[in-house]
Design a protein around this ligand. Structure first.
Ligand SMILES: Nc1ncnc2c1ncn2[C@@H]1O[C@H](COP(=O)(O)OP(=O)(O)OP(=O)(O)O)[C@@H](O)[C@H]1O
Ligand SMILES: [Mg+2]
Length: 251
């Protein structure tokens, strides 16, 4: 699988038809994501972030404009681009092990060692025989993340992947995400509502305005990892982001 993947979004706009009314969701998005960047998108609820991610995944086609990967238009989903959805979509009839192993099974491959170490990483090795209905929301989200990562994607698309985790597990998973991204060298595109999370993880933060989503700010973070939330640089960027999103950060 080609690891170096550059994503180019050009003049992308999108309308939905909602009860016979046109709903403009994305308004002229232009963005280039270089290979092995970790780009995080912030923006108000309902502005169009998930819609944009679904288009990068190839699950939906834009009304106007284009998205290309290495110069090729995205027209359908591809195993090189793996998505972790906002609500984990595990197969209820498969055990945790079989859910994580699914990609290998479909490709008629076997890599029990990879599945086992991924389950250990997310702390669920004792639940490998459990079914999704026997898991908590946070556990299910960790399984969905493991199922994505075990396939070694070259582009990993994450839609609020840590939203359902308790704060301590969330910190552990944030560290693991950075660790895996550096080790596996995938290109990461993630949406979160947590500005701290974006500051600790991203190489670049994109801020979008209220629907129709349009990019209103962009911040490059050249600091090394692990980052410290009280570093002066991060405090300044946090303030600027709050300001862009229409809030004061001094509370
Ligand atoms: N299939 C659809 N048909 C019609 N409208 C849709 C569809 N999917 C999403 N929308 C609308 O598009 C807008 C953007 O939705 P989207 O899920 O992309 O927002 P979001 O930025 O991810 O929000 P959140 O942060 O709450 O997850 C919303 O107003 C939503 O109602
Ligand atoms: Mg969303």
């Amino acid at each position: 699988m080609v690891k170096k993947q550059k994503i180019e979004i050009n003049h992308l706009s999108h309308n939905y038809n909602l009860n016979n009314n046109e709903l403009l969701v994305l308004d002229n998005i232009n963005l280039i994501i270089k290979s092995q960047e970790f780009v995080i998108i912030l923006g108000p609820s309902g502005c169009g972030k998930s819609t944009l991610l679904r288009m990068i995944a190839g699950l939906e086609q834009p009304s106007n404009g284009s998205i290309q990967v290495n110069g090729h238009e995205i027209t359908k989903a591809d195993p090189s681009r793996v998505v972790v959805f906002q609500d984990p979509t595990l197969y209820p009839w498969l055990t945790v092990w079989d859910n994580v192993n699914l990609g290998y099974k479909i490709r008629k491959e076997k890599n029990d060692q990879a599945v086992q170490s991924m389950l250990e990483l997310i702390g669920l090795e004792n639940f490998k025989s459990a079914y999704p209905h026997q898991l908590s929301g946070g556990m299910a989200q960790r399984v969905a993340l493991a199922r994505a990562l075990v396939n070694d994607p070259s582009i990993l698309i994450l839609d609020e992947p840590l939203g359902k985790l308790d704060s301590l597990t969330r910190i552990t998973m944030q560290k693991e995400l950075v660790h895996l991204w550096r080790k596996r060298q995938f290109t990461g595109i993630m949406v979160t509502h947590d500005i701290e999370e974006a500051l600790l993880l991203a190489t670049r933060i994109i801020v979008m305005r209220q629907r129709p989503a349009h990019i209103i700010g962009e911040f490059r973070l050249n600091m090394s990892y692990p980052r410290h939330r009280d570093s002066e640089e991060l405090i300044k960027i946090r303030k600027d982001i709050f300001h862009l999103l229409g809030h004061q950060s001094d509370w």
